[in-house]
Design a protein around this ligand. Structure first.
Ligand SMILES: Cc1cc2nc3c(=O)[nH]c(=O)nc-3n(C[C@H](O)[C@H](O)[C@H](O)COP(=O)(O)OP(=O)(O)OC[C@H]3O[C@@H](n4cnc5c(N)ncnc54)[C@H](O)[C@@H]3O)c2cc1C
Length: 472
């Protein structure tokens, strides 16, 4: 597949669509849109950045891009970890940053309708001010955009009880790759009318359309929340306890895991100290509910079960400051590892929850075989872990060679255990060469057929999920 370069004529036509101020060509500005939170080696410059304000402008941009066969890469806040917003084939980066209004909070239907460039935490605060609750707690909530959340089907800590982004998306307005504005789904709680295109677009990584409006369902905010930090002397023991907890407690909204390497990195980076930081592993558990007594009883049961099973202590955080400190540490592990090492690779595997102890054991083994330090943390209550190999003092070439050997062994282990290569960060450019390891060829062909049908010229976010034909 061949793409064309952005010409002076295309720039002029883009300026007529969005206005001169919103067509960016200066090299320093283009640089900012050439990477997300993926590793530096994936950086690729766009030829132009456009910042439209309306779906009509986006439709006109897509028609123009089809006419000239120019690639278009949608971009939210650029916090993605798989290179989804990197313009891997150059062309136009289409930034949704100016489409950032909360359009309607509808208490009767318990729904909120927003533009894609709204920052997640802003939407959460706005609905909470109206007595409602949006529960998907992505770690980058203070910076990521809700459009990026939908495009990646973002998860986060509270998926144990509340699910992931896709569970809350009911309606979408979208510009198709060929430049039509379409409305999918709506405020209906039940709808069995034809294919569920809303859920096809969720998690499509900006390859099937540009999302211009989202209607999210909301729920009732739990009145009481407690966080429990539970240190263990044995990593195996910590991870093994998760299954019993899930079977017996319905009030747990998060079960997070951090090994000692991760905790130490967060402490160094944030200059704070966590309780029992000499332990081999910690669980961070959240309990929430409408009755104060109920959540304390649940915490008591967790305490009894886990101390009987060998936990060193159960540290209860019941005030805002302590709770924030614990979650700040957990949310900043990836950033800490990046800041403290030359090269890191944030991974995002998922296995059936029954296989959590086995994958933790295999990861340890692989870390030893490959002589690679692999801090381990993640949303263990969902079977979703973020093994994050770090380079130590390797040069870049040795690092990439050793990393790739580790990753292909890791993904083979994940496949054997019935897992998959990504749970919430997406395939992007980072994992496309590993897709075939865990996804069968017929499923990949069905995905490619959908892409061809929706985007016949292959110009929307090319090179993501699968490579562009004729390239590697
Ligand atoms: C430290 C750290 C912690 C993280 N923690 C989590 C976590 O807990 N859970 C989790 O799920 N993720 C996490 N992430 C990953 C990231 O924050 C999420 O994937 C987030 O949803 C990306 O949103 P964004 O606005 O930054 O999107 P971007 O990075 O800008 O884009 C992501 C993808 O969405 C597409 N896209 C963006 N907007 C649109 C649109 N309007 N229409 C169509 N496509 C669009 C882009 O083309 C790209 O493919 C973390 C990242 C970091 C750096």
């Amino acid at each position: 597949m061949r793409f064309n370069r952005v010409t002076a004529e295309v720039i002029e036509r883009l300026k007529r669509i969005v206005g001169e101020d919103y067509v960016i060509t200066s090299p320093e500005e283009l640089e900012k849109y050439s990477i997300d939170e993926i590793e530096e080696r994936y950086r690729h410059l766009p030829e132009v950045v456009v910042k439209p304000r309306t779906p009509e402008e986006i439709a006109a941009i897509m028609k123009l891009a089809n006419e000239y066969r120019i690639p278009v890469t949608p971009r939210g806040a650029g916090t993605g970890l798989s290179g989804g917003a990197v313009p891997a084939h150059g062309g136009i980066v289409l930034s949704l940053e100016r489409m950032n209004e909360i359009l309607e909070i509808d208490p009767d239907n318990m729904m909120v309708t927003v533009e894609p460039g709204v920052v997640l935490a802003d939407m959460m605060r706005a609905v909470e001010a109206r007595g409602l609750f949006y529960p998907v707690d992505v770690s980058t909530l203070e910076s990521c955009h809700v459009g990026g959340n939908v495009a990646e089907n973002a998860g986060g800590a509270r998926a144990v009880k509340y699910g992931i982004t896709g569970h809350w998306v009911y309606g979408l307005e979208m510009v198709t790759p060929t430049g039509e504005i379409v409305h999918l789904g709506g405020k209906r709680i039940k709808d069995a009318t034809g294919y569920n295109l809303v859920q096809l677009v969720v998690g499509s990584e900006g390859t099937l359309g540009i999302i211009t409006k989202i209607t999210f369902r909301l729920t009732v905010k739990p009145k009481y929340v407690l966080d429990l930090l539970i240190p263990f002397d044995s990593l195996e023991n910590a991870v093994t306890q998760v299954l019993g907890l899930l079977r017996e407690e319905s009030s747990l909204s998060a079960i997070e895991f951090m090994d000692s390497l991760s905790i130490k990195a967060a402490e160094r980076y944030l200059k704070l100290t966590l309780p029992y930081d000499d332990s081999e592993a910690h669980l961070l558990i959240q309990v929430d509910g409408m009755e104060e007594e109920g959540i304390w009883q649940a915490a008591e049961r967790v305490y009894e079960r886990l101390t009987a099973a060998g936990a060193k202590e159960v540290f209860v955080a019941d005030n805002r400051l302590t709770r924030e400190k614990l979650w700040r540490a957990r949310r900043n592990i990836a950033e800490a590892l990046k800041a403290l090492n030359n090269y890191v690779s944030v991974e995002d595997i998922v296995v059936p929850r029954s296989k959590i102890p086995e994958i933790a054991r295999r990861l340890r083994e692989l870390s030893q075989i490959h002589d690679l330090e692999v801090p381990l943390y993640g949303h263990i209550g969902d079977g979703n872990l973020h093994p994050t190999p770090v380079s130590g003092d390797r040069d870049e070439e040795t690092w990439i060679r050793d990393l790739e050997a580790f990753l292909s062994d890791m993904f083979k282990a994940v496949k054997e255990l019935g897992g998959n290569i990504t749970a919430e960060h997406g395939v992007g450019i980072k994992r496309r060469k590993y897709l075939h390891l865990c996804v069968e060829p017929a499923e990949i062909e069905l995905m490619k057929a959908i892409k061809r049908a929706w985007d016949p010229n292959g110009i929307l976010n090319p090179g993501k999920i699968f490579p562009v034909e004729g390239t590697c």
